[in-house]
Design a binder for this molecule. Structure first.
Ligand SMILES: *Cc1c(COP(=O)(O)O)cnc(C)c1O
Length: 378
């Protein structure tokens, strides 16, 4: 079955009632016939029927054995990091999501789990950074906000050679456009807040694993730590997933048009979009992605905070907000918003100039979006 068909029918009719939309099982516990004899559900932190449907859906879409749903992307990340032990080392990309950088460098470091941050777009850097303590290689591709692409297949080989896990944060593309497990990754992490739910109305996070053994451990940690996704938010995410392919196609085609327009505007300095032929990692993106996604970043010739602020307060359709993957077009300023907690030196090294603007291109008419950008640049 092709992806689009699979997505639309991702939640099967409810076995108990025949409801074609998965019911929201808004319950914390379940009746037991006699002590510890029940229908597989005892308490909703451990398992909930609505959450189970969305967990099975994401596992199926990413091609893993099990999926786990959390109350946010960072709750998902936190749960995955709890698989590690004191003394383990994480080798991570140097422009991963700010919150992932923050939890690694200010929380897990206190428990004796160290992290190295490197440019993973060059596979040689990964080879040089690993050691016998490396347990995890953590990448995001494309990255936030400069859209750097790393070669999942090649990095998976390196991880395998040292018995480490390759973990890919697949938030920016979703399984509609990229399936890291097929390319050799061990674990996929998502902020479902973004494209999976897609409508800017829910926080959620997901983990998909390909090994039964890791699935057992994660199930234990999910239940033990407790940051599970609520029944209603599970349902909202499920509803979003039904239109995932359709939305991602439109996000991608709009973003491509906007990136090409930006190249022609004299006020623009750099344009970052993996779908542009001059993008540094265009070839890898072509190889491992089905399309280039909805995120576009650019910097201004006038590289100041003031110039960025002027643009961001003049747009009429693009909404200034700290999110992405919404059907509405959003704009943000990484240096003062999403990447505020990234040290300024690392920020500059990774191309986050003061005037850098990140667009999460929505599914509106592309002509309206381009006109909006044009007037805001004047
Ligand atoms: C938003 C985001 C996260 C964190 O997810 P939350 O749902 O906000 O907790 C992690 N990774 C990436 C790439 C993100 O964009």
């Amino acid at each position: 079955m092709k992806l689009q068909t699979k997505l639309v029918h991702i939640s099967k009719p409810d076995e108990l009632t025949g409801a074609i939309s998965t019911p929201i099982y808004q319950t914390s516990s379940y009746i037991q016939e006699s002590p510890d004899v029940h229908k597989g559900f005892a308490y909703s932190r451990t398992a909930n029927p609505t959450r189970k449907v969305v967990e099975q859906a994401i596992a199926e879409l990413e091609g893993g054995v099990s999926g786990f749903a959390f109350s946010s992307g960072l709750a998902a990340t936190d749960c995955v990091l709890k698989l590690l032990n004191q003394g383990d080392e994480v080798v991570a990309g140097n422009d991963i999501y700010g919150g992932t950088y923050r939890i690694l460098s200010t929380v897990y470091n206190r428990f004796g789990i160290t992290s190295k941050f490197i440019d993973t777009t060059d596979v040689k850097n990964v080879t040089n950074a690993i050691s016998d303590k490396t347990k995890v290689i953590w990448i995001e591709t494309p990255t936030n906000p400069t859209l750097k692409v790393s070669d999942i297949k090649e990095i998976a080989k390196i991880a395998k050679s040292i018995g480490a896990w390759l973990i890919v944060d697949n938030t920016f593309l979703s399984p509609a456009l990229q399936r890291p497990i097929e390319l050799g990754a061990d674990i996929v992490v998502h902020s479902g807040t973004k494209y999976l739910s897609g409508h800017g109305d829910v926080l959620s996070g997901f983990v998909v694993v390909k090994s039964e053994e890791v699935a057992e451990q994660l199930k234990y940690i999910q239940n033990t730590s407790g940051a599970v996704l609520s029944p209603f938010d599970s349902w909202l995410t499920l509803r979003g997933i039904q239109t995932l392919a359709l939305r991602l196609q439109k996000h991608s085609s709009n973003a491509q048009k906007i990136a090409e327009y930006l190249l022609t505007n004299p006020k623009i300095d750099k344009v970052y979009y993996p779908g542009l032929k001059n993008h540094k990692n265009h070839e890898i993106a072509l190889k491992q992605q089905d399309a280039f996604g909805g995120m576009v970043s650019f910097s201004l010739k006038e590289d100041t905070l003031e110039a960025a602020t002027r643009f961001l307060t003049k747009t009429k359709i693009f909404i200034l907000a700290e999110n992405l993957g919404d059907v509405r077009s959003l704009a943000s300023h990484p240096a003062t918003m999403t990447h505020k907690s990234t040290p300024s030196q690392i920020r500059r090294e990774t191309g986050i100039q003061d005037s850098l603007i990140r667009l999460s291109v929505g599914i509106e008419d592309p002509e309206d979006l381009i006109k909006d950008i044009e007037q805001a640049l004047c």
